[in-house]
Design a protein around this ligand. Sequence first.
Ligand SMILES: Nc1ncnc2c1ncn2[C@@H]1O[C@H](COP(=O)(O)OP(=O)(O)OP(=O)(O)O)[C@@H](O)[C@H]1O
Ligand SMILES: [Mg+2]
Length: 241
Amino acid sequence: MLIELIGINKKYDKEVLKVDKLVLKEGLVYGIIGPSGAGKSTLLRIINLLTPPSSGTYYFMGRSLPANGKERLQLQRNMALVFQNTLLFRDSVWNNVAYGLKARGYGRIEIEQRVDALLEQVGLKDLAARRADTLSGGEAQRIAIARAVAFEPKLLLLDEPTANLDPGNIELIEKMIKTLNSTKSITVVMVTHNVFQARRIAHEVIFIHEGNIVEAGPAEQIFTDPKDPRTRDFVEGRMIY
Ligand SMILES: Nc1ncnc2c1ncn2[C@@H]1O[C@H](COP(=O)(O)OP(=O)(O)OP(=O)(O)O)[C@@H](O)[C@H]1O
Ligand SMILES: [Mg+2]
């Protein structure tokens, strides 16, 4: 397994997340769904080690996470996180995608091959020389994902990556996520408000409500045969969110 959370909780003024146990297996696409304020982004940030949990144990590939900051940074280098509106650097599209590879010390030829292939894959090869701050929202988000996966992380975390996009760009990004998962074996955890989107791309779905994982299981089961009435209400659109 890739990641295991045991007894993880997060308290701010009040407890916003409580996970008894969550296991993420390598090679799958996970969809995290749930109403606004349920704790989806908090869970993603804990997985990414951006937010320290208030208590509990975190395992990455069988190793429990030490308090030591250096080792935490090493683990973080296996993951990439993309938000709803990811800021690109004020540089060319090409340099944005190359950034993580340069930072990790890849050679020039390797960088050129990977960046060109990724720009081709996201359909933006023609825009390689353009300044990133002149891109449309959909183009920018495609570049943000290309930049995030250039170094082929083990884990790609996405927090509502298509929330503001039109259907054409949503389709492109969903296709991209599926291809990255199936050809590069990148494990994906995607938060989405959209249950239809989760159904389209996730193998496993995790439903969070008021800080608790109410139900998790194969996507087909969660959508056609949910065990918990709250899951049923949410996937059938009866829960207000
Ligand atoms: N830094 C913080 N300080 C205090 N409370 C916080 C903080 N971050 C999140 N919260 C609270 O934790 C709860 C869960 O927030 P979170 O952002 O995880 O929800 P979410 O499921 O991602 O919601 P949305 O769908 O609206 O993005 C919310 O009540 C939120 O106000
Ligand atoms: Mg959120």
